[in-house]
Unconditional design. Structure first.
Lengths: 274, 274
């Protein structure tokens, strides 16, 4: 039985989804949250799509078996590749799904002045064409410039130091966006808002960065209220963290980025069906 | 001779002023910057005001002797306690000064809906009354709720991990602001934007945080353009970092927060006149 007392479940390949969780904790602090970082499979961005879909189906089932009232795909690659399978599995549990791609595309289409919108994402997300379709569906005849940035999420996930090589990598990814004159850039991976200062500096102040977190938190609120599952009251909810890879590296990077203690992070093991 | 080719000089007690430098690098990337973190004297927030004024006079003189076209006080405590002495010294070199308090007060007064504005700052800044005066000067009859947060800048400067004790400290500082129902909070120390996510979570989405960086970068641009000292062209400027305490801890924390390599950070030693 799905009721308002259950937690909101969300997953990502690693710490990127914490940028979504953060916005949820700001906007909907009274809810309980369950967060899974599938760090054993990180990065999703370069994995075989069929393998990823099997993995996503398994994760969704495991999370919803624990009990959750909503499933948030806090990962752009998982949304681009596996939104459909996630919805199929969640439907068996009677649970709705909130993805990350569509809410961002809507905002970007609304705020661009010159109609040139960039998308910085993983290889899988770019190749899926999910953002291009979502932006074209807005019907504004937008120019969409997509750039695959395969090395950026791993850099963030590892908590590496910013050095000259990092800057050269980031400048390289931004060069075609600058050349195309985009005035709006979708950060099409939930990891990327964590390096928004670096990207903003490279792109300059005339480019607006669109992160997913805020839009997704709003979509979560609408969905919960629409289905009568929002929790009432002023009490602060709880949160639980799980990851599939080593606990310590996840905990360190996550604590720094989320700026709060995580409590005990528990490791869970999944066997991916062949 | 002051000309457009000279760098913009700025100083802070530590890494906090980097939040101002970051906005400058986004808005005015063609300028050269000279940044001094007076880490040997950190934290300014609890120092004797007379001692601080002597220190500030010395720093301003040393920076301007190296050659600079503008002096930015990228520290709220130094602005609150020493703006006047900084202006006196800078005037001898024919250099204008941009402080951090006034530009923020202007923004906060403009955006508050309910007229209740909070100020989170160091003990020295609160006791100086600088924000209260600046907010009252806006003539909107604002309620000003000031909270001294002496432990927050040291926590940030040390690059410490977020744990339960950190959260309790931050919740304690935020409690009187929540109770007073402020809808706008001035982050009255340049260190504090670095923990904006934590503060935003504690205060909730209905409180708007006002950082100094953006307003100060705009003030710097206006001042440079007004005096014909803005640098033309698209070339990216250079930056140099100095600190008065140990180099390594400054470099590590600064690199992480600024999200860029600093190059060689040089240690300079000052003898404070008695």
């Amino acid at each position: 039985m799905i009721d308002a007392s259950l937690p909101v479940a969300m997953f990502d390949s690693g710490v990127g989804g914490l940028t979504v969780l953060h916005e949820c904790l700001v906007a909907l602090p009274q809810e309980d949250y369950l967060y899974l970082g599938d760090t054993a499979m990180f990065p999703y961005g370069e994995r075989d799509p069929a393998e990823l879909r099997r993995r996503i189906a398994l994760i969704v089932a495991k999370l919803l078996e624990r009990g959750a009232k909503l499933l948030v795909i806090a990962c752009n690659t998982a949304t681009a590749i596996g939104e459909e399978v996630a919805r199929e599995v969640a439907a068996k549990y009677g649970v709705e799904v909130v993805p990350v791609v569509a809410p961002q595309a809507e905002i970007a289409a609304a705020i661009t002045d010159n109609g040139r919108v960039g998308v910085l994402a993983t290889t899988n997300t770019v190749e899926s064409g999910a953002y291009r379709r979502a932006l074209e569906a807005e019907g504004r005849g937008l120019d969409v410039i997509e750039v695959a940035a395969p090395r950026l999420a791993p850099f963030i996930q590892e908590g590496s130091l910013f050095d000259e090589e990092t800057m050269a990598m980031a400048r390289g990814y931004c060069a075609p966006l600058r050349k195309a004159g985009v005035d709006t850039l979708i950060l099409g991976c939930t990891h990327f808002p964590l390096v928004a200062p670096m990207l903003q500096r490279i792109l300059g102040r005339n480019v607006r960065l669109v992160s997913g977190g805020h839009a997704v938190a709003a979509a979560i609120q609408r969905t919960l209220e629409g289905s009568g599952l929002a929790r009432e009251g002023d009490d602060e909810g709880t949160y639980e963290f799980f990851c599939t890879g080593p606990v310590s590296s996840f905990g360190d990077v996550a604590t720094r980025f989320l700026q709060m203690p995580l409590g005990e992070v528990r490791q869970v093991e999944f066997t991916v069906p062949a």
